[in-house]
Design a binder for this molecule. Structure first.
Ligand code: HEC
Ligand code: HEC
Ligand code: HEC
Ligand code: HEC
Length: 379
């Protein structure tokens, strides 16, 4: 699968989850490993206690809790370290020196313990990327309009724009690949999290409909857009997170943007398509796109909740089949969850299933999901 370097293709994430997210039918309960709890405890005392505790609680952030975890999953994880499918030097060395009986014993020991009840760190501020973006967007409203619906000719609407494109556009200003409008002096202070959050917020706002502009002829513009639809979507409603929607965009801005590809905006693939157009053609294309209806490509306000509902199909309540052992993640250490999800996304941990599931997530979404699970009581 094609790697997304800017991880905010959230719609893709939802599709991936829908395709892959069917919880396996419960019923065919997997064979439980049998093991010797006392022998497992002795091994834990010798080899594991320093990091995982005798009570199965990770001794420091980013060390996973093992208490009450499924024994079959623990065995599978230890074998994955031994075989190099999971990488962590210290754990790998330990796993290599273990027999399969050792692994089973220590797994049934930790699985038999009561779950760790995390002392939810009360001071910790949980960020919702959507709310964070909304708070930051106040600084943009003066020009881009309330909720990103611009009423100023020449200033683009950001509402309903594709999120990955918004991040790209901000970066183009920062790298001075696009001539910065004077206000964008405030952009350099934005962190990655800020940009992704702003993008998610604006992508979740419904774009307002527009009436025909005083220039151009939408009817004459329509046939000229035949070559544009392959990338920008039917009637300018893009379905690709990195390609901008043109529908409902400010028409003056569209004219300026098309012309900019002949001069200051250096995108060869766009320049090719717009070099042959006359001034009148450009105005008609802009008029056509500006009156097309568009819609918000994201639902940022409920995104984390919607995603975790999908995760819960497998991680919710004890799905375990012969074919699949799904680890418990509720109440797991937050930093460990973040690390694990990034490892799947970035292909450092082998699991084609979880990789597909986490591939398109931005760090801000991963952190929100990890917080949501870490804060739930372990069972
Ligand atoms: C030096 C500290 C350390 C010691 C000692 C240690 N572990 Fe770990 N263990 C870790 C860390 C850190 C991770 C997470 C590594 C990763 O990112 O994959 C981990 C992960 C694991 C996992 C995977 C858990 C999951 O949710 O996927 C299992 C199982 C495990 N350890 C079992 C053991 C056992 C059994 C022992 C003793 C024989 C042991 N570990 C000793 C630090 C340690
Ligand atoms: C003082 C007015 C003003 C303010 C404030 C402002 N912008 Fe802009 N913005 C503009 C103008 C004008 C353009 C068009 C510039 C161009 O032609 O490249 C623009 C373009 C953009 C674009 C490119 C859109 C596209 O379709 O390519 C993005 C993204 C953007 N602004 C984000 C922001 C964000 C985020 C903020 C708030 C942190 C902000 N702007 C604040 C005036 C403003
Ligand atoms: C091969 C795919 C492709 C085709 C075909 C294409 N575009 Fe684009 N277009 C893009 C991409 C990708 C971008 C964003 C580039 C960037 O970051 O500057 C873009 C950007 C734009 C923008 C700037 C939008 C903004 O918000 O700043 C306009 C306007 C535009 N295209 C109009 C057109 C028109 C009109 C046509 C047809 C005549 C067309 N494009 C054909 C891929 C395409
Ligand atoms: C189709 C079932 C399924 C769905 C849906 C699913 N997972 Fe998983 N998940 C698994 C399986 C199986 C594993 C074990 C993979 C392995 O061995 O590395 C896993 C492992 C994990 C782990 C590693 C746990 C540990 O102890 O190391 C985390 C974290 C995780 N999933 C989070 C999520 C999140 C967040 C979502 C939703 C975005 C999700 N999963 C959706 C099946 C699923």
């Amino acid at each position: 699968m094609k790697r997304l370097t800017l991880g905010i293709a959230l719609s893709l994430a939802l599709v991936a989850c829908t395709d892959q997210g069917q919880a396996p039918a419960d019923g065919a309960k997997g064979k439980q490993p049998t093991g010797d709890v006392a022998a497992g405890k002795a091994l834990a005392e010798r080899e594991c206690k320093g990091c995982h505790g005798l009570d199965g609680k990770g001794a420091a952030p980013a060390i996973p809790h093992l208490a009450a975890q499924r024994d079959r999953y623990l065995v599978a994880a230890l074998l994955a370290y031994r075989d190099g499918k999971r990488t962590h030097a210290a754990v790998r060395d330990l796993a290599k020196n273990m027999t399969e009986a050792d692994a089973r014993n220590v797994a049934v020991y930790y699985a038999s313990l009561p779950p760790v009840q995390s002392v939810a760190d009360k001071g910790a501020k949980r960020i919702s990327p959507y709310d964070h973006g909304k708070a930051l967007s106040g600084a943009c409203a003066k020009c881009h309009g309330a909720d990103g619906n611009s009423k100023t000719p020449g200033t683009p609407t950001l509402a309903g724009q594709q999120p990955q494109y918004l991040v790209i556009a901000i970066q183009e200003y920062l790298k001075q690949e696009r001539k910065a409008a004077p206000m964008h002096a405030l952009l350099p202070g934005l962190t990655r999290l800020d940009m992704e959050s702003l993008a998610l917020y604006f992508a979740s706002q419904p774009p307002a409909e527009r009436s025909a502009p005083p220039f151009g002829d939408p009817k004459a513009g329509e046939p000229l857009t035949a070559v544009c639809g392959g990338c920008h979507g039917a009637n300018g409603v893009s379905t690709d997170s990195a390609t901008p929607s043109l529908a409902s965009q400010d028409p003056r801005y569209l004219v300026d943007a098309v012309k900019a590809y002949r001069t200051t905006r250096k995108r060869e693939n766009m320049r090719l398509y717009v070099t042959g157009l006359s001034e009148k053609d450009i105005e008609s294309i802009a008029a056509f796109y500006s009156v097309q209806k568009s819609h918000a490509p994201e639902k940022g306000e409920t995104l984390v909740k919607d995603l975790s509902d999908k995760c819960d199909r497998c991680h919710g309540n004890g799905v375990e089949t012969a074919a699949l052992t799904v680890p418990k993640i509720k109440g797991q250490d937050r930093d460990y969850l973040i690390m694990a999800l990034r490892a799947y996304r970035d292909d450092r941990r082998e699991s084609s299933l979880m990789h597909k599931m986490s591939l398109p997530y931005s760090d801000s979404i991963i952190e929100s999901l990890a917080s949501a699970y870490a804060d739930q009581p372990a069972k």
